[in-house]
Design a protein around this ligand. Structure first.
Ligand SMILES: NC(=O)c1ccc[n+]([C@@H]2O[C@H](COP(=O)([O-])OP(=O)(O)OC[C@H]3O[C@@H](n4cnc5c(N)ncnc54)[C@H](O)[C@@H]3O)[C@@H](O)[C@H]2O)c1
Length: 338
């Protein structure tokens, strides 16, 4: 597909996945607009070495996409819409704010898809989550890698998982109208540079990295027993899947993105400690929530349709993420000291 001058809207483009995607799309020559209210994303994510990936005056919209008028404004004139904006956060926020999160994501996803259709967009990409798989399937250790259709009959553990499944379902229904092609990726746990380090909203890998960087001032405490397992996806692999779905994955139903093996949180913490080069003693706080027990992806559909495969393993991915987080926290500290 020729991306040159293609008008592409990336919602949530100041976030972790979105900002890495924007960088990639602008390299491909696309004319990218970002819509993000910076609830969790940061404007600085849209720059590399202080050079913005897009014109921040004309191609960045600081808007709340829970409002239909904002979605209309963002979608106007766009050919391809990659909708990533949703409320995403770590386990504590997710289970502590279930109503807020479901309500907000439902508003954002409903308004965005309506606005995209009304604006005459040709392609609309949505990203679902492995958190949408039924809670009982994820409650045991070492389940066989999930296939896409195992998401039904639906019974996700969290309101976040429900909201993301409803977002996928909306895409299916919208595609039936024949006005717009829709494509759906279902990501497992994505991590990498431009992740969120704020402890109130961060996910497991950046949260552990922050604790390793501030150790021994802060204890290195892992939430839960450390036995729970996740299939981690490095952000560049997620971005590759997003580019490929626009090119050859539209109208094929949900396509799962993640490795077919999982890594325990204990192993993840050990990798973080290794990347830190410090002598850190790990403690586990079993009074804290740990979420689903285990899940991994049967990614054969992604291989067959997108030609996708996971390329960056957890050790290398954590090493690169650690490096980015160290610089980010150094910068935070130096600006706080000014
Ligand atoms: N990170 C993961 O592990 C993961 C896994 C599965 C699916 N996903 C999905 O991928 C997408 C991107 O996730 P991410 O990891 O980059 O998260 P992120 O939080 O970094 O990005 C989401 C962006 O949406 C923005 N946003 C939130 N509410 C908004 C609103 N009302 N109006 C405008 N912008 C708003 C945030 O500011 C943020 O920049 C999300 O849809 C998420 O559900 C992520």
């Amino acid at each position: 597909m020729d991306w040159n001058k293609k008008r592409v809207l990336v919602t949530g483009g100041a976030g972790q996945i979105g900002s890495n995607l924007v960088r990639r799309l602008t390299k491909l020559g696309a004319d990218v607009t970002v819509a993000d209210n910076l609830w969790r994303g940061q404007l600085s994510n849209l720059s590399v070495d202080w050079v913005p990936s897009i014109d921040l005056e004309t191609r960045f919209l600081n808007v709340d996409l829970a409002e239909k008028a904002a979605c209309d404004l963002a979608c106007k004139g766009q050919e391809i819409i990659i909708h990533l904006a949703d409320v995403v956060a770590g386990i504590n926020f997710v289970f502590g704010n279930q109503y807020f999160l479901f309500n907000k994501n439902a508003l954002i996803d409903n308004h965005m898809i309506a606005a995209a259709q009304e604006a005459g967009a040709r392609k609309y990409v949505y990203v679902g989550s492995a958190c949408s798989y039924p809670a009982d399937k994820q409650a045991v250790l070492d389940p066989p890698p999930f296939k896409e259709d195992e998401v039904y009959p639906a019974s996700p553990e969290s309101a976040y998982g429900w909201s993301k499944l409803m977002g996928e379902y909306l895409c299916e229904l919208a595609a039936e109208s024949g006005k717009m092609e829709t494509g759906v990726l279902r990501f497992h746990n994505v991590y990498g540079p431009n992740c969120v380090l704020d402890p109130a909203k961060s996910q497991v890998i950046p949260a552990l990295i922050r604790k390793a960087i501030t150790y021994p001032t802060d204890d290195f405490v892992v939430w839960g027993s450390g036995q729970q397992r996740r299939a981690f996806v490095y952000v560049d692999d997620a971005v590759e899947a997003l580019v490929r779905i626009c090119e050859r994955g539209m109208g094929k139903g949900a396509i799962q993105i993640g490795p077919d093996y999982s890594t325990s949180i204990r192993e993840t913490a050990e990798e973080v400690v290794r990347a830190s080069g410090k002598d850190i003693s790990i403690t586990f706080d079993t009074t804290k929530p740990e979420g689903d027990m285990d899940r991994a992806a049967d990614w054969s559909k992604a291989r067959d349709i997108l030609g996708w495969e996971p390329k960056v393993d957890v050790r290398e991915g954590i090493r690169r993420t650690y490096e980015w987080c160290e610089k980010e926290l150094q910068y935070e500290r130096s600006t706080a000291a000014e």
